[in-house]
Design a protein around this ligand. Structure first.
Ligand code: PMV
Length: 329
């Protein structure tokens, strides 16, 4: 019996972000979110199950993972094993094509690839909606790395379920995400722990209440390729999420002084007529997003900052995909 599959997925960057749960147990986000997959970055994950394995093992970028990292993967595998009604241990081998320590989170691409490879290896053929729904239990944003291109994750209130779907394909709009790496440190408070405190901020309720409006603006801006509106809503949404983080108990300060410097520079560049915007996740690195026309000039300007360690560039990318599947009952 062969139970093996390999899948590839891209991370994503959200224009309207998810931060906090409506229902943590069922991983229902407090608000919907919209993102695009990032083409230059990917995670490739091979999953093999065998009756002869005595335990689950997880190797990431050539190194065995133990402790909390392994536990998260095991919890996720348990969900898959339960779906397939099979009690077998797994060997999971995962590789990111981006260097470790760029401060770029790999949990979205990692759990999207694991959802696809882990289910295919047990002979489960899930629909895209089902896969996305499953992936959110590994890491919320992973559900947005299952469909391709520009993706919206709706809350359960509107759909009755919680999964993400594509609102436009990858080739719809050639935006370029320039990930400005300012720190290679592992973040001190990960998003999973960080967002548990979101409800302690008096600003969270206002952020969530206004989210439908931002989602409508963002979705329409993407569909009509309206960069100015996309820039306005993207920056507002990032600023709102960070305002919540900074006013939570305990407060979370993810920005570095240089992050703010770059955000302010982007605002100046917009006055020069460049189509450019910024957004930050739970870390100090700035995603500077530009149109294909203006990205060259934006890169020249970004490279003038002495604090910049690296700049990774990515255009919108397709869905998570199976590279090989060798399930034979
Ligand atoms: O995927 P998680 O559960 O680690 O959360 C990530 C949340 C943010 O990246 C900060 C925002 C988002 O919507 O991607």
């Amino acid at each position: 019996m062969v139970m093996k599959a390999t899948a590839l997925a891209h991370p994503n960057i959200a224009f309207v972000k998810y931060w906090g749960f409506r229902d943590e147990h069922d991983r229902i986000p407090a608000n919907g979110s919209i993102s695009m997959n990032i083409g230059c970055l990917s995670t490739k994950t091979a999953v093999e199950y065998s009756q002869s394995f005595k335990e689950d093992r997880f190797v990431l970028n050539g190194e065995a993972v133990t402790g909390r990292g392994l536990f998260r993967v095991q919890q996720f595998l348990n969900r898959i094993r339960q779906m397939a009604q099979k009690a077998v241990f797994a060997y999971v081998e995962s590789e990111n094509n981006f260097p470790v320590g760029t401060g770029v989170a790999s949990s979205a691409s990692g759990f999207a690839a694991l959802a696809l490879a882990g289910t295919a290896a047990l002979g489960l053929a899930l629909s895209e909606d089902q896969l996305s729904s499953l992936a959110r239990f590994g890491s919320g944003s992973a559900c947005r790395s299952i469909p391709g291109g520009f993706v919206e994750w709706q809350t359960e209130a509107r759909t009755g379920k919680s999964f993400a779907h594509s609102i436009a394909p990858a080739n719809h709009w050639k935006l370029v995400d320039c990930i400005v790496v300012l720190s290679e440190d592992h973040k001190s408070v990960g998003s999973e722990d960080g967002m548990r405190t979101a409800g302690t901020s008096p600003l969270q309720q206002a952020r969530v209440m206004d989210s439908e409006r931002r989602l409508d603006l963002c979705r329409t801006a993407i569909l009509t390729r309206d960069f100015d509106t996309l820039a306005k809503v993207t920056e507002l949404d990032s600023n709102m999420m960070h305002a919540v983080m900074m006013t939570s108990e305990p407060p979370l300060f993810y920005w570095h002084p240089q992050s703010l410097e770059i955000m302010k520079a982007v605002k100046e560049w917009q006055k020069d007529g460049l189509e450019v915007t910024y957004t930050l996740d739970a870390g100090p690195n700035v995603h500077v997003i530009a149109t294909q026309t203006d990205v060259g000039e934006v890169l020249v300007r970004l490279n003038q900052f002495p604090a910049v360690i690296d700049i990774l560039k990515g255009v919108p990318a397709g869905p998570a995909r199976l590279l090989s599947s060798g399930y034979q009952a």
